[in-house]
Design a protein around this ligand. Structure first.
Ligand SMILES: Nc1ncnc2c1ncn2[C@@H]1O[C@H](COP(=O)(O)OP(=O)(O)OP(=O)(O)O)[C@@H](O)[C@H]1O
Length: 636
């Protein structure tokens, strides 16, 4: 789906309310608080954090105040946890130690995230050279002996805990990098990410809204673990006597306690207990957050009984959704262009090969499409149909090159002669607004994390500049228009709650929701059950005629072409072998390839008689009755 996912991903709490179905989407916090482990970890960590923050108020003594007349003293009313070998108050040092220990752990995790997260996002999303260089840097970082580096840092910069933790943060940043990159790679090629791209969303928005949500959970869990490790490493160094003895940290206290373990074992006990509680709390918190995020949204629909309460009362023949005046404009024609809606001229698309050559997958392809007409691009698998469509959409992979030709949209170049790439700058202004896309696989083009209603409403608010309430009404109407019987229920549903046919209808509704001039439909019925294919095709045709949209329909099926298209371009091995009106091509194919394609379609089927001779009487076949070209252009 193109438009419908355009600005889909924001906070779950932003979901529309007041719908007929009740969408209960617990927040992560609420789920966290339902989990005993979550509550326990929050209580522990909040208490420790509060004690650390309030240390200056709660501590009866300065961290280094020494009463040399009272060394290694047992707990009493003045020193509630006793004193150490220098007569310093253990309770006060424990409180100040919490401050330093927690802050240094946060610093370490912050540095690691600041380096690893953006690098992982960029490497995972863009791959290419950045990923190669990042991998190289990560390998170097990971091969460094951590302890030796930390000891070197200590020797160079002194015993400051801050320098050690910054260095440890850098050393540990590859773990964030790898985690993020792997998570991004797993969704980078998801169709809903492609669809978001088609809908005109910038890379930054796609990463922020559709991809960051995937890495968020692992990053939080990782951060809890890393903070624990940072505390352990820091305390370990200090325990070995490498810390700053002038600072009261838990590690320094541990070292001090160990020296006096036989005299006053409690000196070892308190910092060890504080560390164990903090690290344990962090680990538990990480797990509880993971569980809360994985639980996902719990949706309860209170399904309404009786007829739907949509704008049409559930009718499948609602009035057109086009309430707003069309914003179609006649753009100024750029020098050297023609005023077709889309004009592709001598287009060549290729991919660089290992030997330096370029393999052409689209070669010298020319055609045009105008408003109100459907052009079918037909050909067997691998003939270059999708590559041609993706060139118009600007969705070719990064390594693809435009090796020849140009593409114009409404009198302006999106690929000017001589350019070797599609101008993303120009296309980003068109995609989702004037050009939309109906993909092959409906399910994977809807973002599973958002309701269908949300995915329909948000782009309309953004592109058409209408209010949320207006967009909601319009979305319900569009859903009715595309033949969804209970639009309210579908509006409130998540993608996994609807069937494939319904999802495709939703995508069609999304594609037309922002009043595009051109819809590119890539095998829109391939993934559907045969019983719904014809309905979806009918729907496309009806909407296209009513809204006067230009459509490029990519298909390998001449039956679909016959059903739907005005003109057809036949492709073979990246070349356009024949182009003409559907009637010309079906009645009088000039190329052997076209005849073979046509033959394979007609094999064993009877509608051929209708294609080659004028329909005299009632049409015998249901399929043939939808034969659009026969209806539009009676055979002479
Ligand atoms: N990223 C790529 N790198 C190299 N070659 C590619 C790439 N994507 C597609 N091709 C090649 O381009 C040619 C045309 O592919 P395209 O996807 O346009 O075919 P198609 O006609 O749409 O087929 P189908 O109906 O199976 O989708 C194929 O030979 C394919 O292998």
């Amino acid at each position: 789906m193109s438009d419908s996912v355009e600005t889909a991903a924001v906070a779950p709490s932003a979901l529309p309310t007041g719908q007929s179905g009740t969408v209960v989407r617990s927040t992560v916090m609420r789920r966290l608080l339902k989990n005993p482990l979550g509550i326990a970890s929050l209580v522990i960590l909040t208490t420790i954090a509060l004690l650390a923050i309030l240390a200056p108020v709660l501590a009866p003594f300065e961290e280094n105040f020494a009463n040399i007349s009272k060394t290694l003293a047992a707990p009493d009313s003045t020193n509630i946890l006793g004193t150490d070998s220098a007569g310093r108050d253990t309770w006060s040092r424990l409180l100040f130690g919490a401050q330093l220990t927690l802050l240094s752990a946060l610093l370490c995790a912050g540095v690691a995230i600041a380096i690893g997260l953006p690098a992982g996002l960029i490497a995972g999303y863009y791959a290419g050279r950045f990923e190669a260089v990042s991998n190289w840097v990560v390998s170097i970082l990971m091969s460094l002996p951590g302890l030796i580096v930390l000891l070197t840092i200590r020797a160079a910069f002194g015993p400051s805990v801050w320098f050690s933790m910054i260095a440890f943060g850098i050393l540990i940043s590859p773990s964030y990098f790898r985690l993020t990159r792997a998570a991004v790679q797993s969704v980078r090629n998801e169709l809903y990410v492609d669809a978001a791209r088609v809908s005109g969303l910038s890379d930054l928005s796609i990463v922020a809204r559709h991809i960051f949500s995937v890495v968020r959970a692992p990053i939080i869990i990782q951060t809890a673990a890393i903070a624990g490790v940072a505390i352990a490493i820091q305390s370990g160094l200090e325990f070995l006597g490498l810390g700053d003895p002038t600072k009261a940290t838990w590690g320094v206290m541990l070292s001090e306690g160990f020296k006096n373990v036989y005299l006053t074992p409690s000196l070892l006990l308190w910092p060890a207990l504080a560390m164990a509680l903090t690290i344990g709390g962090l680990v538990l918190l990480g797990n509880a957050i993971r569980d809360a995020l994985e639980d996902g949204e719990k949706i309860k629909h209170r399904r309404k009984r009786g007829p739907a309460s949509g704008p049409s009362g559930g009718s499948t023949t609602a009035a057109p959704a086009k309430a707003r005046p069309s914003r179609k404009s006649v753009a100024a024609v750029e020098h050297g262009t023609e005023h077709h809606l889309v004009k592709v001229t001598n287009l060549g698309v290729g991919y660089p090969q290992a030997d330096g050559s370029i393999k052409k997958v689209v070669d010298n392809v020319s055609f045009h499409v105008d408003r109100g007409e459907i052009l079918g691009i037909v050909g067997e698998s691998g003939s270059g149909k999708s590559q041609t469509a993706f060139s118009i959409l600007g969705l070719l992979p990064d390594n693809a090159r435009i090796v020849a030709g140009s593409i114009q949209f409404d009198g302006n170049y999106t690929v000017a002669p001589g350019e070797d790439r599609v101008s993303q700058e120009r296309l980003s202004k068109l995609r989702g607004k004037r050009i939309s896309y109906i993909p092959q696989e409906p399910m994977s083009n809807l973002d599973p994390a958002f309701t269908i209603g949300y995915q329909l409403v948000t782009p309309m608010v953004r592109v058409l500049g209408i209010s949320k309430a207006e967009a909601r009404t319009r979305a319900l109407k569009l859903l009715t228009d595309v033949g969804i019987v209970n639009p309210e229920r579908t509006f409130n549903a998540y993608p996994h709650e609807v069937s494939g046919g319904m999802a495709q209808r939703v995508l069609i509704a999304g594609a037309i929701s922002c009043e595009p001039d051109l819809v590119i439909a890539d095998e829109p019925t391939t993934a559907l059950d045969v019983t719904v294919q014809a309905d979806v095709l009918d729907l496309l045709r009806e909407l296209q005629q009513r809204l006067n949209i230009g459509v490029i329909l990519v298909t390998h099926n001449f039956g679909v072409v016959a059903d739907l298209c005005d003109r057809v371009a036949v492709m073979q091995n990246g070349r356009l072998v024949e182009e003409g009106t559907v009637r010309e091509i079906l009645r009088n194919p000039k190329e052997n390839y076209t005849r073979t394609l046509l033959g394979s379609m007609l094999e064993g089927k009877t509608p051929m008689t209708m294609l080659v001779s004028p329909p005299e009487g009632p049409v015998a076949h249901g399929e043939a009755s939808r034969h659009a070209s026969a209806e539009k252009e009676p055979v002479a």
